[in-house]
Ligand binder design. Sequence first.
Ligand code: UDP
Length: 280
Amino acid sequence: MEPARRDVLAVTPWLAPIVWTGTFDPTIIDGAVKHQNITIATTVFAVAKYIRFLQDFLETAEKHYMVGLNVHFYIFTDQPNAVPTNVTMAAGRRVSVIKVPKFSRWQEISMRRMEFIQKAIEVDISHQANYIFCVDVDMQFHSRVGAEILGRLVAVLNPWLHKENRDSFNYERRAASTACIPLGKGDFYYAGGFFGGAVGEVHSLVKACRANLEADRAVGMEARCHEESHVNRYLLTNKPTKVLSPEYIWDEELGSGGPEIQVIRYATVRKNMKEVRENF
Ligand code: UDP
């Protein structure tokens, strides 16, 4: 059989698939999971002004995200009353709202997600779901994001750096940080805005990242790309079993991408950082 794609890396050096359009058959994958009756928890934070992104996130998720599968969205927000209730959810799909505080710095809001996801997994998600994906809210689904993303530990290639070499990655380089990855080390640069996998694996990831974020804070460190730096450090030791191409976390500031980007599936919404971020 011919390899489906010759223009991109479709398998990691540790033999995990890298999911690009053309490397999988959606019909066969859907047929394979249909009988499993799995539930996919999906966490999304909409704190402070980011509540405005929730409506489009949910509406586009209903069109493109895990269609036909059981999905339990966990929405973490400081404004439970502002969570849209007018999005029609298909059978097997539902929303739970979890109230969280509004931290004063946007970095804090982003980093503290690890702690809240850890708690939610322990209290609830571990009893309810088989898989969990943790995603950013300032995003919209444009095309299928389906069962092809399921795996034990799943990470996504950051669209800004997927063609760079490891020494150009945005890793935290300071040895004093628990997120440090020195020059010459590292596999890929993964996005902080989309990771997931089996619930137990993701619990280990968020628990480790939370502990490392707190250890850094205790010595006055904040890693270069906040929790994304810690996710990258964790995934250097704990290799993902599946890697998703940047189709799965595109940024429209990059335009349509090169010829290797054949489909944009999930993409950032352009935002005025100054206006939406707390204490930018
Ligand atoms: N977030 C939020 N409120 C904020 C800042 C961040 O809810 O004031 C959440 C939201 O889910 C967002 C994620 O944290 O998608 C990551 O933050 P942001 O998108 O600003 O980071 P970026 O991906 O742009 O670096």
